[in-house]
Design a protein around this ligand. Sequence first.
Ligand SMILES: Nc1ncnc2c1ncn2[C@@H]1O[C@H](COP(=O)(O)OP(=O)(O)OP(=O)(O)O)[C@@H](O)[C@H]1O
Length: 223
Amino acid sequence: MQSGVNGALSFRLQARQLACERDDRMLFHGLDLEVGPGQIVRIEGPNGSGKTTLLKILSGQLGDYQGELYWDDAPMHAVRDAFLANLLYLGHAAGIKGALTALENLSWHQALAGEAGDHQARMAALAEIGLMGFEDVPCAQLSAGQQRRVALARLTLIPRLLWVLDEPFTAIDKDGVAALERRLLAHAARGGSVILTTHHDLAPLGDIRRVRLGEGGTLDAAR
Ligand SMILES: Nc1ncnc2c1ncn2[C@@H]1O[C@H](COP(=O)(O)OP(=O)(O)OP(=O)(O)O)[C@@H](O)[C@H]1O
């Protein structure tokens, strides 16, 4: 597996026969999934069907499930650090600290990711996401959509092959949705991959695959 988006890429996240139960209810079972360079996978399903739970399992945040995860054909537990070095996870909540400014939040996230980063790059990322002029405002004073935009600036600042995005379009306006769709496609075109959930009706996102979680643990996979 190569770790640079600009290099020749070959990586693979595989899930085999995943199953997860919550409160005596099977969210999903028998789930096989494979994601590699250039692919976008959308996890679909009604509220409570297990989409967030699945994304957390796939991003290594939960251990209480059945089945196996592999990164580049190696069991996840054996290559966890290498996997995490290639992962960018954006959760359902924006993950922004309200007391910090947009710039400070980005510095903080870069530090957490082990990325040095610089002021100029952060300013450019905020400009790209439409937040020029708001860089020194405490995020608690930004709107929900602006806070989400600060979170999304991490996609620019923290280079990772695999993006796992839980409802990334939440609170984003129409232009922002279109810009994020373009960004996802561009990431895939450069050889990255995306696993996402969204309740939005998206424009066709290239060669997107869909995995649908249903009530009672049913599972459909369709293109
Ligand atoms: N830590 C937990 N402990 C117990 N039950 C949980 C836990 N986390 C989630 N659940 C339950 O698992 C089910 C699936 O939750 P999850 O958040 O994965 O659904 P979702 O498909 O992402 O829903 P939504 O579309 O509303 O975001 C829900 O019924 C939820 O109550």
